[in-house]
Ligand binder design. Structure first.
Ligand code: HEC
Length: 144
């Protein structure tokens, strides 16, 4: 099973990273995860389970599982971000492509990458390095 999940999406992600998108976006660093969450729930949640978003769709894979295991294997958040963005853009299989585009797609991908599978033991967001175990910043700001 190892590696199977990521094989195709990573190829897709490479295309996105190469700049096929056209539109200017902030990329992962400037993405609005709160906007991503707001878009994810109605746009993706009907088909995908994602614990943090509170969605329970079963048409597509459970994203906590699909993306949590790669996370546990040590893929960085920006890699998972690229996978999600690639899937949104090119949509393998039966998932509709371009449900969100441009900055919205970036925001959704950044949101998903930041929360997917975080309940899975061993999946630690954003690398961090050595030390602090008390920085699980799970608070959601009410912005905007
Ligand atoms: C109409 C249902 C549907 C909607 C809406 C949908 N998806 Fe999907 N998604 C799927 C299906 C089905 C798959 C599995 C694709 C396949 O391999 O056939 C999938 C696969 C994925 C994957 C790859 C998971 C893996 O195993 O690597 C990601 C990531 C993903 N979707 C994210 C999203 C995001 C983000 C959105 C919202 C912008 C979204 N999906 C909206 C049905 C949907």
């Amino acid at each position: 099973m190892r590696g199977r999940l990521l094989a195709i999406p990573l190829a897709a992600a490479a295309l996105v990273a190469a700049g096929c998108g056209g539109e200017e976006t902030t990329g992962l660093d400037g993405a609005s995860r709160s906007n991503g969450r707001e878009l994810f729930v109605p746009t993706c949640g009907s088909c995908h389970t994602l614990a943090e978003a509170g969605t329970a769709g079963t048409v597509g894979p459970n994203l906590d599982e699909a993306l949590g295991y790669p996370c546990k294997q040590g893929f960085a958040e920006d890699t998972i971000y690229s996978v999600v963005l690639g899937q949104i853009d090119l949509a393998q299989g039966t998932m509709p492509a371009d449900l969100v585009t441009g900055q919205d797609a970036v925001d959704v991908a950044a949101y998903v990458a930041s929360v997917a599978g975080k309940d899975i033991e061993g999946c630690e967001p954003s690398g961090g390095g050595g030390g602090g175990t008390t920085t699980a910043a799970a608070t959601t700001e009410t912005s905007g």
